[in-house]
Design a protein around this ligand. Sequence first.
Ligand code: GCB
Length: 594
Amino acid sequence: MKKKFLGWILFLITICNGQYVGAQELLTNVYGRQYTFLNGKWNVIIDPYQQGRRTSIYKNRPLRNKADFKEYEFEGGLRLNVPSDWNSQLPELKYYEGTVWYARKFKVNKNQDENLFLYFGAVSYRCRVYLNGKEIGSHEGGFTPFQFNITDLIIEGENFLAVEVNNTRTVDAIPALSFDWWNYGGITRDVMLVHTPKVYISNYFIQLDKYKPDYIHAILQLSERKAGQKVRIEIPELKIASEVQTDGQGIAKTSFRAKNLERWSPQKPKLYQVTVSSATDHVKENIGFRNLSVKGTKIYLNDAPIFMKGISFHEEIAQRQGRAFSEQDAVALLSEAKELGANLVRLAHYPQNEYIVRLAEKMGIMLWEEIPIWQGIDFKNAGTRMKAQRMYTEMVMRDRNRCALAFWGVANETAPSEARNAFLKSLVEHCHEMDTTRLITAAFDLPKLNPETKAFEMNDSFIEELDVVSINKYMGWYHAWPSDPSEVCWNVAPGKPLIFSEFGGEALYGQSGDSTVTSSWSEEYQEKLFRDNLEMFNNVKNLAGISPWILFDFRSPYRFHPTNQEGWNRKGLISDQGFRKKAWYVMKEFYNNK
Ligand code: GCB
């Protein structure tokens, strides 16, 4: 009885917190530490009725005697690749939404002088993790990393790891019940064993001052929350070596001048090798430095206004009909963005894998990153708010050293209400606590034509919280043109920079038709639609950037048209087979001349 009561208390704490228990504060820069991958073929059991937990299949117990038997076995059954989604690996899992158990063994030689972390780049959407037959924690959210310190849980030699993954859509989740992309399930990013010394550098944040061109701020946290520990930050190329001591929380803060610093920009994405070390730990990575701010209706990068030449993509390789997860995938996606002439990628609509983020920075592409607060979110639910805050933390903590990150997006297409305002305001405040060097934005689909002023206007007080306001508006697709595009006026967020974060329309690659008929789904229609929108943008006084929707056709189960869509959103400038549509050339020319 007592046990049951305790179980309930734990359950209630979990629910009230709106999050699963167990996952711990993230290590900064796991790829810069000593690690081994647990990627590869994992054994799986598909569990649509969710019976595995009841029968404790994660214990993988051996048979005890002649009369014993079990109705499951991981070995010798189905196997799936990790990382990857399950939907693209087995035809019967294409539409699957439910539970799949993943399991594998791994060997360790225990080392008394180190900590061992089990790190997941992402698991979609929720999971429970079991090590050697015991639940060690859980996580919710399909696009952000999490980790467990397993130092005291591993055994010498062979260990058995099981992960119960579930991608059922629920009303309190983020995203919630419906969204315009494929609900891929699985262990979709790298799984790693990360080694650190006993006392280690748990996280650090090193960036240029928001305004000063040569002033770097650094903050480091050691795992031991004790004063007087020495830490060192070195940037050899700049002849910088700064030494500081921790406070009682194990935190060390410092700022220093960097003479002859060359700032990062899309034209010259300069990165410096930075080393952070303590008495016992030593971590290295490449970091870039730049100033980013807003003055009036302009966005400034370093000392000059910059126009955001954006493009979006989902974390998907269309030809494989599955999630992108590798460095090679990142090359494929970002090279096409670069080829288009983009200087900004909006990672739609969720944090994408770290390969993409790091490569974009090397290639000189700025990034907009957001968590999947995409329409239909249960803003009144305190648990959902907690989840959003945790996802935010995981995203910002993973990527705040990437100077390419220009925007944190707080929401996509939400309608004003008291509950929404409070929810999103709490996210903006939370974001400011972790990082003040990025611009905060949100995308709105609310602007309406005011028949009196003949301009599109928007009434949403939440924009006061934002540095930059973004608009998703599908003129010529979901919205008929009210007049000639050259006459359509915009008066949205007049004192702030405005980005058109989505515009476009669908075309089936290779289909020609009448450029004036929407339902032709033709490349000619899409091409004209792009020309018309670009014409309209001339009338937007506070225009600071545009980002068409979208670079590649992508899979979406609510795209029903039997011949033109077949389960694909066809707004891509590039088809599912990798061919450029006519509209691609219109955008390319526009970006070249801008
Ligand atoms: C939007 C959404 C995006 C959709 C797009 C569309 O406004 O933000 O996720 O995919 O429209 O194609 O309808």
